[in-house]
Design a protein around this ligand. Structure first.
Ligand code: NAP
Length: 276
């Protein structure tokens, strides 16, 4: 019987997940499918009823559902509870478990793109305090980063999230960057700025030390204006596409029973679908 998986979101047409999972299914000769399903927020409970019927082995969840699905799962693992968002569902015997693989995707991408990046990393700056930031802040905490500045356009959201996730995180507005950049070894953009070429109004990377690493989780375009500026200043950079590829690995393994690989060929295939 064909094993089925999905990605739900609203809208969902832009998702590259069907390409990623479809490529792995083909490579491994698995009798499986992975489809994009547009589910509006008010249709989410009905979709969960459909899941309980056993039609799917599980699937991915993307914007705007990552927080709403939390309450609809039968259980949510400890990691997703800490992060406060679910991006992967696993269905077993009619019970739906939620987990979060953005965390592993972020770490897998930096480990591959900048090996040793977290060794002796004392201070990091995270831009943005939305759903993706939660997974990244947790990942940085687990890697032992001693001090994390969380800068957000809406300062209250940064302070709130810092309170929620613990004392190593300090919330502040975006314009605090100039004062703290000098001591930072890593900058992570988790805001949606960079999509379609949008850019930060005033974020001067010139304040960073020359050894700093700059990474962006926005991957369309692959080289965001932030990464382009970092490169022009001679800073190390890692783009966000690897996070998308690496976050897909644990879900595929859970649904289809094979752990797939993130290869340069897969990356190239997905890269061809992005604006440059
Ligand atoms: P979200 O929950 O909607 O959060 C959006 C964040 O961006 C908030 O901090 C928001 O600030 C900030 N922001 C939006 N527009 C802004 C602007 N004009 N100026 C300053 N800040 C602005 O979204 P999310 O789920 O965290 O996702 C964020 C981005 O990450 C999206 O582009 C998404 O595609 C990408 N992403 C990539 C991966 C990957 O695998 N590479 C994984 C997950 C997400 P306020 O709080 O002030 O509104």
């Amino acid at each position: 019987m064909t094993t089925k998986a999905f990605v739900i979101g609203n809208p969902i047409a832009h998702s590259r997940s069907p390409l990623i999972h479809g490529t792995w299914l083909q490579q491994h000769g698995i009798d499986g499918s992975y489809e994009a399903i547009d589910v509006a927020p008010d249709a989410l409970p009905a979709f969960f009823d459909r899941l309980k019927s056993g039609e799917f082995a599980g699937g991915n969840v993307t914007i705007p559902h990552k927080e709403a699905v939390f309450a609809l799962c039968d259980s949510v693992d400890t990691l997703a509870q800490t992060i406060g968002a679910v991006n992967t569902l696993i269905v077993r015997d009619g019970a739906i478990t939620g987990t979060n693989t953005d965390y592993l995707g972020f770490l897998g991408n930096l480990d591959a793109g900048a090996p040793g990046w977290s060794d002796n990393l004392e201070t990091a700056i995270v831009l943005g305090a939305g759903g993706a930031a939660r997974a990244i802040l947790t990942a940085l905490q687990v890697r032992g980063v001693k001090s994390i500045w969380l800068l957000n356009r809406t300062e209250t959201k940064a302070r709130q999230l810092a309170l929620e996730l613990g004392p190593t995180i300090t919330g502040a507005p975006l314009d605090a960057f100039a004062d703290i950049a000098q001591g930072a070894g890593l900058v992570v953009n988790t805001t949606s700025i960079g999509m379609h070429g949008s850019r930060f109004d005033s974020l001067d990377l010139g304040f960073l030390p020359k050894s700093a690493l700059v990474t962006d989780i926005v991957y369309a375009p692959l080289v965001t204006p932030l990464l382009a500026e970092a490169r022009a200043r001679g800073l190390k950079t890692v783009d966000g596409l690897g996070m998308l590829l690496h976050q897909a690995v644990p879900g595929f393994a859970a649904w289809f029973g094979v752990t797939p690989e993130v290869t340069p060929q897969l990356r190239q295939l997905v890269e061809q679908t992005l604006d440059h």
